[in-house]
Design a protein around this ligand. Structure first.
Ligand code: PLP
Length: 688
């Protein structure tokens, strides 16, 4: 095939699609259904003379509050990443994004900063080391990374590799996770593998054999039946296993994952069952095998009191069992260590009212306290902190495709003659125009109510057949123009009347983004999780638009309309005016935990490209690994399409159309080339 003409054909057809897709969005979102290019080509950058500073952007987007020292803005107005929190070694994100484009890795793209991962692991280790020293704790701490938080091989390998110097291990919750972990923990017999989740016969058999292989692997009994399987395989392979037990805490969790603990939780044994388990082990002369007690008080614990209560209860269970003769050595406090997504340091769902140091200090102090009071040795403290390790190191960058603006409706000079005229102008049109004309600072609420009423009346008349489409269009235009004028007046007031407070949100723009919320930010869609979002560049300019974000799926849920703020969450995000022909990139931070693995293929938008960026020893950054995003053929295969048959089938149809004169040969070729190239192409929109 002549690739040059194929590329040209593809470009032509793609540009048609590109033009069409935002138009489809606008058609469904805009009040008039008009399809019109929305980018304001007259928009000009606001000059520095407006007094906007980099610091203003830092404040506006709360970078210092949630960024944990990993992110900032440079003098060029670009987001920078500081993988080791030092301002000497910054990576310019805009430069990275443009550099990736030049390597055919256009946004949307997930950027992983391995150095941040390494730094998080060190911070976790150091926080516990300090707490251990301060509390005169006579044992050590280890983390086991729950790989469900981000199962990507490269991430797990990096966590495992960087965690070597601290002796950190891994946690699994299923057989496939166990398979991955068993292979990669070769020759590291002292590093722990904790096995949670439902376990069947073969799972337990594999764990027992892995013990024989030399791994420090601990199956955590989540329900009583698992104990019998452990006993069976331990006997048949003549192994003395290390056994853990998950305690069903009476302490209820809080927040979104509150049901992970408490009496109604899915997992864990009641105290009476734990006593039965201990008696059974004793009968088999295996009480020394019970080595670990475990709990999981829920993910993203926002309130430190829950951490303290859960750890305290678990420590008491530990102490009692230890005094009864169990061979306990480990206390595993599960996950729960939060991430301050909005930077507010509150017990709001997207935040946490404690620091990492406070978490470590409280955990160590509680356990030490209980053990000291009962006169028993201090156990090894284990935590399954996945979110706190992985969240910061990944960023999602995507480009905007265009925007829809509700405040674009203006009333021109001709309006007076069009709408104010006598009886020939329908009453609601005259009323709403009157409301528009009468707007003044003193009459804002009144005019707003008049406009609302006139619009309602117009709609009723239209539905009864007394108002034509033309008049309805006038009403619509006048209504939005009235709202915009009132909003503009409100902006000049010191305090906005309560009834008008929502106008900014109602009139906010919609920025269309080349991303799928379902694939890349599933928690934003499913559980209203907030993530910090901001522009990648132009941060030296004042943002003049308020917007919500819509993704490219054909689903009205595919949007983001809540944004982090230090007070309540914001309903709109401050963005810059789009400039014709210039890209505008947005970045979502803290997406390294759960987002990649929970994402789905809604509308067949597949995995995005993933790029691992590292600081280079000689300065600057370099790309360590690249994982290309799914192609259309790949996602079709996931859905059981026989991709090898699709193209020949389609090509046959094109041939038939040529024969029957419905397509010229050239047209048929263009369509066939498009089909063939797109099968191998990215599932997202690509620049020309
Ligand atoms: N351990 C268990 C048993 C879990 O179920 C989870 C997640 O819910 C975790 C650890 C990870 O917790 P986190 O999200 O706090 O990292």
């Amino acid at each position: 095939m002549d690739t040059r003409s194929a590329t040209a054909d593809r470009a032509r057809i793609e540009s048609l699609f590109l033009a069409l897709i935002p138009a489809i969005f606008r058609a469904s979102f805009s009040p008039t259904g008009q399809v019109k290019h929305e980018v304001d080509s007259t928009a000009r950058r606001i000059s520095p003379a407006t007094g906007w500073k980099i610091e203003d952007s830092l404040d506006l987007y709360g970078v210092q509050a949630w960024g944990n020292g990993y992110f900032g803005i440079n003098d060029a107005g670009h987001v920078v990443v500081r993988p080791d929190q030092s301002t000497d070694r910054e990576i310019d994100l805009y430069e990275v994004v443009r550099g990736l484009e030049a390597r055919d890795l256009a946004a949307p793209v997930v950027l992983r900063f391995s150095d941040i991962l390494r730094h998080r692991l060190r911070r976790l280790n150091d926080a516990f080391a300090t707490a251990i020293a301060e509390n005169d704790y006579r044992n050590r701490y280890t983390a086991v990374f729950p790989i469900k938080v981000n199962q990507q091989r490269l991430v797990v390998e990096e966590v495992y590799g960087y965690g070597r110097e601290f002796g950190f291990g891994l946690e699994v919750g299923s057989k496939p996770e166990l398979l991955a972990v068993m292979a990669m923990t070769e020759a590291e017999s002292e590093r722990m593998i904790i096995c949670n989740g439902f376990k069947d016969d073969s799972y337990i058999e594999a764990v027992i054999l892995a013990t024989k292989l030399g791994r420090t692997i601990i199956p955590v009994v989540e329900n009583f039946g698992e104990l019998q399987l452990i006993l069976k395989h331990a006997r048949s392979y003549d192994v003395r296993p290390r056994i853990g037990v998950r305690v069903k805490l009476a302490t209820e969790g809080v927040g979104r994952w509150r049901e992970s603990s408490g009496e109604k939780s899915k997992f864990g044994l009641f105290v009476t069952e734990i006593l039965d388990l201990f008696r059974t082990l004793k009968e088999h002369g295996m009480e020394d095998c019970l080595q670990l007690v475990h709990c999981h008080p829920g993910s993203q614990l926002q309130d430190i009191r829950r951490v303290k209560d859960a750890v305290n209860e678990l420590a008491h269970v530990y102490a009692e069992l230890k005094l009864m003769g169990a061979g306990l050595r480990y206390i595993d406090i599960g996950g729960g260590l939060g991430v301050d997504y909005d930077g507010s340091r509150t017990n709001y769902a997207s935040s946490m009212n404690y620091t990492l140091a406070e978490y470590a200090s409280d955990v160590v102090y509680r356990i030490a306290n209980v053990c000291n009071a009962r006169g028993i040795e201090h156990p090894v403290i284990v935590s399954e902190s996945g979110r706190a390790i992985a969240a910061h190191h990944s960023l999602l960058v995507f480009n905007t495709l265009g925007c829809s603006r509700l405040d674009r409706f203006r009333v021109d000079e001709k309006a007076e003659q069009d709408f104010a005229g006598g009886d020939r102008v329908p009453q609601p049109v005259r009323d709403i125009f009157d409301a528009y004309r009468s707007i003044s600072e003193r009459r804002l609420v009144e005019c707003y109510h008049d406009a609302l009423q006139a619009r309602e009346q117009a709609l009723q008349m239209f539905n009864l057949g007394y108002l034509g489409l033309e008049a309805r269009g006038h009403v619509e235009r006048l209504y939005w123009a009235t709202c915009a004028k009132i909003r503009d007046c409100c902006r000049r007031l010191e305090s906005v009347p309560e009834e008008l407070e929502g106008l900014e949100t109602v009139l906010s723009d919609i920025y269309f983004c080349n991303v799928s919320v379902f694939q890349s930010l599933p928690d934003s869609w499913a559980i209203d999780q907030l993530f910090p979002i901001m522009p990648v560049h132009r941060l030296e300019e004042r943002p003049t638009r308020n917007a919500v974000l819509a993704d490219i799926t054909c689903d009205s849920d595919g949007k983001i309309d809540r944004f982090v703020s230090l007070r309540e969450s914001k309903r709109t995000l401050e963005l810059h005016e789009l400039v014709d022909g210039e890209p505008y990139f947005l970045v979502v931070f803290l997406v390294g935990a759960y987002q990649e693995t929970l994402g789905d293929l809604h509308n067949l938008f597949g995995d995005t490209h993933v790029v691992h960026i590292k600081l280079h020893d000689e300065g600057g950054w370099w790309i360590e690994e690249t994982v290309k995003g799914d192609t259309a053929a790949e996602v079709l295969k996931y859905m059981s399409y026989d991709v090898d048959r699709l193209y020949p089938q389609f090509a046959r149809d094109c041939e038939r159309a040529v024969r029957e004169g419905r397509l010229s040969l050239e047209e048929s070729q263009a369509l066939r080339r498009f089909y063939e190239l797109e099968l191998a192409g990215y599932t997202y929109l690509e620049p020309d």
